[in-house]
Design a protein around this ligand. Structure first.
Ligand code: CLF
Ligand code: SF4
Length: 289
């Protein structure tokens, strides 16, 4: 596991791990359409709600199209210099898509100075971690919403693992075990790890400090607690207020550092967090998320 000092050096320039997000940007590549679990708050029509804002459908890219897009963005005199990270965060789960690995391979060859970042639900993390490490993955996010499978069963409808569908507690149990084991292995390899947790009021409030303590011990560097965006099974839930989010982050910051600037980005976001740009059409239109 990397020391705190080594970790501080490693996160320099990464906007989601505490490296000045006013100056350093990221580019997401929407190359991963398939998912292997079903979160209750996901509609599957949109980007992965664990890392990306639901309600916006991305245009999917093939790995070849993705590298063309990266070339285009890196050549832009306005945006190129601020991009420090290439992230794959959906619209499904990156590890359920071979395209994720192909894309990272292409980026690594052509832009070795860019940090490779990925966000996953963690189901396939234990079996993928060595491959990701060899590819040079810099930073990893695992979304963990519960450590108790009974609570997990209220959030995850089902899990498809090695060709079999598991539902309820059985599915949540497999998912949580793999998330924690994958995280442990990633910690041992010295990866920079963030844990996202979607706060579902009245369902997993009590899980947040338990998650914080477990993942800190396993090597996570920072935690990003995100408010649920009401969708699908949770369409009628009242999302937590900003005050409640601040309170819950404060309550956990003694256990593990808290990232509070997340904008629940789209799977195709480009630029500074919260100030995304659109590149592809003539000129460079600035839009906000
Ligand atoms: Fe992208 Fe995620 Fe990497 Fe950042 S986003 S894959 S860690 S480069 Fe950042 Fe966006 Fe929040 Fe994610 S603000 S949704 S935490
Ligand atoms: Fe949806 Fe993401 Fe959950 Fe998959 S991991 S079901 S894409 S929110």
């Amino acid at each position: 596991m990397a020391s705190a000092c080594e970790m501080k050096n490693k996160i320099q320039g990464h906007p989601c791990f505490g490296g000045n997000h006013h100056k350093n940007g990221r580019m997401h590549l929407a190359v991963a359409p398939r998912c292997n679990i079903k979160c209750g708050y996901c509609t599957r029509k949109h980007d992965c709600a664990n890392e990306s804002r639901p309600g916006v459908t991305s245009r999917l890219l093939t790995p070849q199209e993705a590298i063309v897009k990266v070339r285009e963005v890196m050549a832009s005199p306005v945006v190129g210099p601020i991009i420090k990270v290439i992230g794959i965060a959906g619209p499904g789960d990156p590890l359920a898509n071979e395209e994720t690995f192909e894309t990272f391979e292409l980026i690594k060859k052509e832009f070795p100075h860019l940090m490779l970042c990925m966000s996953t639900n963690g189901l396939l993390l234990p079996e993928s971690i060595d491959r990701l490490y060899k590819l040079g993955l810099h930073s990893l996010t695992v979304t963990i919403n519960a450590v108790d499978p009974k609570v997990g069963a209220r959030i995850y409808r089902d899990v498809v693992y090695h060709g079999r569908r598991y539902s309820g507690v059985e599915g949540a149990d497999i998912l949580i075990a793999n998330q924690l084991e994958g995280l442990r292995l990633a910690g041992e390899l010295g990866l920079t790890i963030k844990v996202n947790s979607v706060l579902v009021p009245g369902v997993n409030d009590d899980q947040i400090p338990l998650i914080a303590a477990r993942v800190k011990k396993l090597g996570a560097f920072v935690m990003n607690i995100m408010p649920i965006i009401p969708e699908a099974d949770f369409a009628n839930i009242e999302p937590p207020s900003e005050g409640r989010m601040a309170e819950i982050r404060r309550a956990n910051e003694d256990i593990i550092g808290q990232f509070a600037h997340c904008k629940q980005c789209r799977a195709d976001a480009i630029g500074l967090i919260g100030q995304d740009v659109t590149i592809g059409e003539p000129g460079c239109a600035v839009s906000s998320t």
